[in-house]
Design a protein around this ligand. Structure first.
Ligand SMILES: [Zn+2]
Length: 248
C-alpha cells in the first residue's frame, strides 16, 4: 500500500476534529503529512460556555476563532469553513453539500478521508448527515479521479464517548477495524480540546480535567473503521483478537 501523504477529515462542528481524531491529526503533522479539515457548520447553536454571547453570528465567529487555534495546535494545513447553519444539515440540500465535499476531494486529492459513522457517534443529526454526504462525495469523486488517486474512507469511532458519557449513547454502528497509537500526541489533543473554551461543558463531560490542563483522561488510541478502498466498499469485520494497531 502506498504511503499516506494527505489526510482530509470532514465533520460538522468546530471541536469534532479534536474529540474524534485530534491525536491522529497531530501525529500526521509530526510525520510530515498534510492534513485538511472541512468543517461544515460554524457551531452557532453550541453553548457559549463562560462567554456571554447572545448572537448566533457572534458565536459562530467566536467558535471559528477557537477552531483556528485548535487547527494551529494540531498542525492542520488547510481549514475550509462551509458555514452551513449549525443544526440545519437535515434540511440542507444533500446533493449540494455532497458536491461541495466532492469538489474539495477532487481538488486536494487526499489519500485518506475520515468522517463520522452512520450513527454519528452521538446520534446528532448533523453528524449523521455529514457521514452520508461524505460517503457519497468519496464515491462520486472517484468518477473524476484516476484509480491511484481514490482515497480510502474511514469512519471514526469514539469508544471513550460510549464509556464515559452517562446518557444512553448508541452502540457503535460499525465494528472498529483499527486503532492509531496517539500516545505521543495526547498533549496536542488536550491543548486542541482546550482551545474550544466555549465548549467547556462538552469537554468536561467527555474529558474531565482537560480544560484545566490535566490530560491524563485522554487515551492512547483513536479508533477507525475502513469502509471503502480502491473504489470499492469494504464490509468491516470485527477483529477476532482485539483491535489491531494501524497506520492510516
Ligand atoms: Zn459535532
Amino acid at each position: 500500500m502506498p504511503e499516506m501523504k494527505k489526510l482530509m477529515v470532514v465533520f460538522p462542528h468546530p471541536d469534532d476534529e479534536s474529540f474524534a481524531c485530534g491525536g491522529t491529526l497531530a501525529k500526521c503533522k509530526a510525520e510530515g503529512k498534510e492534513t485538511c479539515y472541512l468543517c461544515i457548520t460554524s457551531g452557532c447553536k453550541g453553548r457559549s460556555g463562560p462567554f456571554e454571547i447572545d448572537c448566533r453570528e457572534k458565536l459562530a465567529r467566536h467558535r471559528e476563532q477557537e477552531l483556528t487555534k485548535a487547527a494551529e495546535v494540531l498542525g492542520i494545513k488547510r481549514l475550509d469553513l462551509f458555514r452551513y447553519a449549525d443544526g440545519s444539515l437535515q434540511h440542507a440540500d444533500l446533493a449540494e453539500l455532497t458536491a461541495k465535499i466532492r469538489e474539495a476531494i477532487v481538488e486536494w486529492k487526499p489519500d485518506v478521508v475520515i468522517t463520522f459513522p452512520p450513527d454519528g457517534v452521538t446520534g446528532h443529526p448533523d453528524h449523521i448527515v455529514t457521514c452520508k454526504a461524505t460517503t457519497l462525495a468519496v464515491e462520486q469523486a472517484e468518477a473524476q479521479l484516476a484509480a491511484d488517486e481514490y482515497p480510502d474512507l474511514y469512519y471514526v469511532s469514539i469508544p471513550h464517548y460510549y464509556d464515559h458519557c452517562p446518557d444512553s449513547g448508541p452502540q457503535p454502528a460499525v465494528p472498529i477495524t483499527g486503532k492509531v497509537d496517539i500516545t505521543d500526541y495526547r498533549t496536542q489533543k488536550g491543548e486542541a480540546l482546550r482551545a474550544h473554551q466555549s465548549q467547556v461543558y462538552s469537554v468536561n463531560r467527555a474529558y474531565p480535567g482537560v480544560i484545566d490542563g490535566d490530560f491524563t483522561v485522554i487515551g492512547c488510541y483513536e479508533y477507525y473503521t475502513l469502509v471503502r478502498s480502491a473504489g470499492k466498499p469494504i464490509e468491516p469485520l470485527r477483529a477476532p483478537k482485539g483491535i489491531p494497531v494501524m497506520e492510516l
